[in-house]
Design a protein around this ligand. Sequence first.
Ligand code: PHE
Length: 337
Amino acid sequence: MEIDLSTIQGYEQEIDSAKTSDELYQVKVKYLGKKGLISGMNKQLKDVPNDQKKEFGMKIGELRNKFEALFSEKENNLAKSEMDAKLVNEALDITMEGFPLHAGSQHPIMSIYYEIADIFGSMGFEVAVGPEVELEHYNFDMLNIPAEHPARDMQDTFYISDNVLLRTHTSPVQTRMMEANKPPIKIIAPGKVYRCDYDITHTPMFHQVEGLLVDTNVTFADLKGTLTTFIQRMFGSNVPVRFRPSFFPFTEPSAELDMGCTICDSVGCRVCKGTGWIEILGCGMCNDELYRHAGYEPGVYSGFAFGMGIERIAMLKYGIGDLRSFFENNLKFLRQF
Ligand code: PHE
């Protein structure tokens, strides 16, 4: 029997007209698959007389090679055009502007704190910290704040239990410091403090920086010099300051430090209530009671203490009217700083 290779026809056309890789693959299956037309020829070889086997074998081989050459050319063409189409359909415009990424920034309260810490740091004060959940002993008793003092009232202070509370100021950091160390002491105590209060100038949590300097021969002039320097480095060297007599149970004499209103240049406005002055911090010379509670020998040491609210300073520096805006986490507000 003879093999009739002429029955294998039309594959050139079929390869040529395949529109997709899938269609092309179907053509391959048709001719070269297990039951394909060209593969079938190989099976028929066994019925061919021996002297013709070689010749027919070669012819089948040629046909197969021809098919594969056409096939792979078409395969490459289709792959390329399919890739081109994909690139057009899934195109990325790499020149398109991206979405701006906000890297985040320091909270204004922290920025002001670092400014304050830098100024006192440059004058030799070190930073000390202590617990926010505090014993009444360190928050009040050691500071000579008597039982009948309004600060001790539940209205003003968050009590955890009978003698445990959320510290109402950072002064307990200083009393702990005095209890554990002999002078010289020269620290600032920054941190969160808590009072039962809520309106445009009060939030139940706010931040303080208090300071304590105890040594020998410290005078009120040192206090005035240190705090005047601080205010003028913070708000400008021309800002006037004045010390107004005041009272704290742990200092004597005590004073309130006022500075010229930076909003109206001391002319008088809503913020300074027409006075031209703004109250900025409390201070005074440490009194004997404070030393007695700390266990210091009487009459040996002298020193001063001061305390301020960071929010108040931030409000004045940035001209912010409502204290609560610092804690509302409104990104529009926070991104201004
Ligand atoms: N501890 C006082 C307060 O929080 C502030 C202060 C500190 C006043 C040191 C004088 C001296 O109100």
